[in-house]
Design a protein around this ligand. Structure first.
Ligand code: UGA
Ligand code: MN
Length: 325
């Protein structure tokens, strides 16, 4: 009897070992992430649809804890992320859709961004309306034409369009306590790094940073001493009170709302003085908050797109289909 039991045990032993090894291997296999990575489809989400990260927490946050039986201790709720309002004036020209495409590809990677696109036109164009509807970004589409007398070389551009963006913001937030927000003037032809948005998001009143490829130099920048702006590194009109390009500053929503009369002015405005004329109404140089490592990093570039050559575009015998470019 004993020997029968022994022989059965030795027959079963290798099988038991195999089962134990297989169970052990299985528990060591890495687990799939608890929450799948958000997937962005430009067609599924529409306005305000899901977007890729560059947001707090980062991917794979609870992965290390998957084998713990106790739930993680409750975290204090995080304060809401201030919304970044990007006001972009834009006008119809052959490169418009290409510029807007580059811009949307950047903005789509920024959390909590609201795009205020203001067309320099008497009506919203079909091209821009269609583009925005498929851009997968929270957005507002405005329009206002620049009066013909101001459409001349040497005169400031986009004055009416930026003011329309400001008016929309004030109207939308006028009747309630301001939600945390930051306003930024994002021309459609510049190049923006994603880091720039992380920097501007913490703007308390008015923040500033360097701008690349502007003012006839590789860059312009605010000069900073002991955390304060004390002057400007610029190659052009150093006498400007704020020698800074439109792409070089951001303003908190609160400051925009508590200075309801601050706008861009046509009257008396000289080329290159729009930024100073506007900033003078809402802040002082001493108050400015330097960003980008005390203004030592270039995170935005004042790129300008070459005028496109359409010399060979046929006048007659055009293509048989109409294609939007
Ligand atoms: C520089 C500054 O970077 C601009 O912020 C400033 O508005 C401009 O000078 C000025 O002189 O007013 P620059 O590259 O010379 O920029 O200007 P553009 O990029 O041609 O225009 C600035 C913005 O206004 C762009 O978003 C553009 O699409 C828009 N724009 C331009 C219009 O809406 N209508 C126009 O007729 C021309
Ligand atoms: Mn430009």
């Amino acid at each position: 009897m004993k020997s029968v039991l022994f022989s059965r045990f030795f027959i079963l032993l290798p099988w038991m070992l195999i089962v134990i090894i297989m169970l052990d291997v299985d528990t060591r296999r890495p687990a799939p992430p608890l929450t799948p990575r958000p997937y962005f489809s430009p067609y599924a989400g529409g306005r305000g649809g899901a977007r890729l990260p560059l947001r707090r927490g980062g991917p794979g946050r609870g992965r290390e804890q998957r084998n713990e039986s106790r739930p993680p201790p409750p975290q204090p709720p995080e304060p809401p992320l201030p919304t970044i309002y990007a006001i972009t004036p834009t006008y119809s020209r052959p490169v418009q859709k290409a510029e807007l495409t580059r811009l949307a590809n950047t903005f789509r990677q920024v959390a909590q961004l609201h795009w205020i696109l203001v067309e320099d036109a008497a009506a919203r164009s079909e091209l821009v309306s269609r583009f925005l509807a498929r851009a997968g970004l929270p957005s507002t589409h405005l329009h206002v034409p620049t009066p013909r007398r101001y459409k001349r070389p040497g005169l400031p551009r986009a004055t009416e369009q930026r003011n329309a963006g400001l008016a929309w913001l004030r109207q939308r937030h006028g009747h309630q306590r301001a939600q945390p927000g930051v306003l930024f003037f994002a021309d459609d032809d510049n190049t923006y790094s994603l880091e720039l948005f992380q920097e501007m998001r913490t703007t308390r009143k008015v923040s500033v940073w360097p701008v690349g490829l502007v003012g006839g130099r590789r860059y312009e920048r605010p000069l900073v001493e002991n955390g304060k702006v004390v002057g400007w590194y610029t190659g052009w009109r150093a006498d400007r009170p704020f020698a800074i390009d439109m792409a070089g500053f951001a303003v908190s929503l609160q400051v925009i709302l508590s200075n309801p009369k601050a706008v861009f002015k046509r009257r008396g405005s000289q080329p290159g003085m729009q930024e100073s004329d506007f900033l003078k109404q809402i802040t002082t140089v001493e108050e400015l908050e330097p960003k980008a490592s005390n203004c030592t990093k270039v995170l935005v570039w004042h790129t300008r797109t070459e005028k496109v050559n359409l010399a060979n575009e046929p006048k007659y015998h055009l293509d048989t289909v109409t294609i939007e470019v």
